[in-house]
Structure formats: C-alpha cells, structure tokens
Write a protein that binds this ligand. Structure first.
Ligand code: GLU
Length: 391
C-alpha cells in the first residue's frame, strides 16, 4: 500500500504537547477564544539584546550555511554557558548546536541505540523521551516516581532496573512535567550505581536549570560525578531561559565520540541550526543574565497562586513544583465522569476555552499538565474556566 509507514514511525505517535498547541493555535486563528496553557514556553518577551543581535546578523548577511555543529562563536559561547551556569568545564569542540534541545536528544538516542537496547526513563516523563527511544528501536523501561518522593528515582530502583542491555538513563532536573529536582546527594547516589555499569550512558536534560524556586544550587551529573563525565551528555539551550522557543537552538556537550556521532547524523538531517538563531543565541549566552532573577520571582508567584487555585477546585490536586513551570494536576476523582480518559477531560476543558495536555501523555496520573508561564490575568481567567467546566 502506498501509504505504508516505516516500522519505526509506526512505533510512535505525534507529540501530544505540540498536537494540543497546534489545535489551540488553529482554534485561535478561527476566532475562538482559547487560552493555551498546553505548551511550555515563557510568555516573557525575548530580551531586547537578543532581538538586536538577530537583526544585526540579518543586516550583516549571516544568511548562509554554517558549520554543521554550529558556528565557532556559538560553540564557544555555549562552552562558557556550560561552565558558568551548570559548572561543566568543556570546550567548543565538545559542543553541538542543534535545532532545539529536542533535536539534541533525538540525535543522541538515534546515534547510539539498537533494537533490544533498553532506555530507563523516570515517570512522569516528558512526552518525547519514550517516543524517541522507541523510534530508535529500543525498549523503554519506566521508573515510576511519585509526588511523595519528590518525583525522584532511588538508587535501589535504578540498580534493580539495570540489565546488560541498558544503554541510557534519562534524567531531567528540574523535570517536565513534575517540577521535581534532584539534589547533588541524590545524583551522587545514582552515579554510584551507574559507575558499576560501564555500558550505561546518562542523558542529563538541564533545559530548566535556571528555573528553580527552592533556592538550591543546580546539580548535574557531569559535575557531581566527574568520573562519569565520559558517559554523560548534558543538554541545555536558550528556549526556556531566554524565551527563545521559536529560535530553535539547543546545545549539548559530552564525550568527543558522542558529539562526533551526533554531528554525523545531524549532517544528514537538518545540517546546521539556523544561522540567525545561532547569532541570537551567542547574545543570549554572553549578554546580561540579570533579568532571570526577576523572571524566576514572577514565575514563583504565579506558581503559588496557580497551585492554590487548582487545589481549591473540587476533584483536583497538585503538589508544589520545585522547578520548571508546569503543574501536574491529579484529577483522579473525576476519572469516572470522563470514562477514565484524561484526553476526554482535556477536550472538555478545551470546549470551555482552556488548552491543556492530558497527564497520560507523560505517563502521569489521570489529569492534566498546566503551564503557568503565562500572564497573571490569563492564568486567573483560565482557572475560572477550569473551575466552571468541572462544576
Ligand atoms: N518542551 C515543551 C513542552 O513540554 C515544548 C513542547 C515540546 O516540545 O514538547 O511543552
């Protein structure tokens, strides 16, 4: 049949975060009043010095291909970012620039996984992690976490899950969609387990590192366990920290062999990330970072008002996320009303003018994920609509 899909594609579904957002955008374009709290992106304007750098690059004629792994200027700026913001000492040669952190992860998994390999992913997980692993032919091994343990896996849980076929452990701290944060001591203990299994690589997705509300310093595996650095890939970017989601820039650093493998794959996929976006990202990494303190404060206030409002709605409960900008909302008491299908719950809420992502997309409890990276009055109106829809 002409429409036959590859076996690899047949193993995965479209991203449910982006699908809901596309739907909300289409409704909005058709004149429907929808508040989209589905996709994770800061509503703050991209900092003016970043916009100026993008415009200057355009005027300067930076409109051509760059080197596949990124411009030297951006790889150097990213290396400075890894050192300054995450504590990871690296060099430009071990940095790959891709079209978003998502592409970095896609490349890393596709470059290293074979059928039969296993990928350990803590749940609730970000929707694309398991899908990318399955696309690569690997078996996904979920490691369950709950609000009660701060959405963190334990060393015992990790040790019990590792087999000779385990290839990757995926870590995301602060986590999407849970907001869970691993402390240095947690990572040290997990690293101890990893150290005993040389076949296991660790992917540390640190994209939400600047967005922590608990006052603690960011901890990341490459720093906590330098002895494992040759097996750790760290992914970062400017999307969340600098409100640059549309620029599509992600950066990864890790061992030279892995960066080279990912670059080889990227050379046949997208080639380089967009030249103008790369110029803008240099300004983001090298420019002032002080606005972030203010963003963090405002996001923390929003978090607190949204958590309080959600917990006041009968049938909903949500813990206080320590980082990132999502509330993972448990709506289990309402499950019977929606036939146990939280996608149906989200369609009902969409009918009432709020776009959210079903928690099942993240292997979470019956419920939904709400992004609170939106203006205060937008959040208030959305919460009024949710309360009304669930009455
Ligand atoms: N990572 C963001 C989210 O979870 C952006 C959308 C996506 O790529 O999933 O909403």
């Amino acid at each position: 049949m002409s429409e036959r899909m590859s076996a690899a594609l047949s193993r995965i579904a479209a991203s449910r975060t982006t699908a809901m957002t596309d739907r909300a955008l289409a409704l909005k374009a058709a004149g429907v009043d929808v508040i989209a709290l589905s996709v994770g992106e800061p509503d703050f304007p991209t900092p003016p010095h970043v916009i100026a750098a993008a415009k200057a690059a355009l005027d300067d004629g930076q409109t051509r291909y760059t080197a596949v792994p990124g411009t030297l200027a951006l790889r150097q700026a990213a290396a400075r970012h890894f050192a300054r913001d995450l504590g990871i000492e690296t060099e430009a040669e071990r940095v790959l620039v891709s079209a978003g952190g998502k592409q970095s992860i896609f490349l890393a998994l596709l470059a290293t996984l074979d059928p039969g390999d296993e990928v350990l992913i803590p749940t609730p997980w970000w929707v694309s992690y398991p899908e990318i692993a399955r696309f690569a032919g690997a078996a996904v091994v979920p490691l369950e976490t709950t609000a009660a343990n701060g959405f963190r896996i334990t060393p015992d849980q990790l040790a019990a899950a590792i087999t000779p076929r385990t290839r990757w452990l995926l870590l995301n701290s602060p986590g999407n969609p849970t907001g869970g944060v691993y402390a240095a001591a947690d990572l040290a203990a997990l690293g101890e387990v990893i150290a005993a299994h040389p076949q296991v690589l660790v992917l540390s997705d640190d994209i939400y590192a600047p967005l922590r509300y608990d006052g603690t310093a960011h901890a990341t595996m490459a720093v906590v366990r330098p002895d494992l650095a040759e097996r750790v890939l760290t992914v970062s970017g400017v999307s969340k920290s600098h409100a640059m989601t549309g620029f599509r820039i992600g950066v990864a650093t890790g061992p030279a062999w892995l960066i080279a493998a990912m670059t080889r794959l990227q050379s046949h996929a997208s080639g380089n990330a967009a030249s103008l976006s790369q110029a803008a990202a240099v300004a983001a990494f090298d420019g002032p970072q002080d606005f972030l303190a203010d963003w963090r404060l405002r996001l923390r206030e929003r978090r607190d008002r949204v958590v309080a409002a959600l917990n006041a709605i009968p049938g909903l409960s949500t813990p206080v996320p320590a980082g990132a900008f999502y509330c993972l909302v448990d709506a289990a008491p309402l499950a019977a009303r929606f036939g146990g299908d939280d996608e149906a719950l989200c369609l009902h809420l969409l009918d009432h003018g709020v776009a959210l992502v079903a928690a099942s997309a993240f292997a979470g409890p019956f419920g939904f994920r709400l992004s609170f990276a939106a203006a205060d009055d937008t959040l208030d109106e959305a919460l009024r609509r949710i309360a009304k829809a669930l009455k």
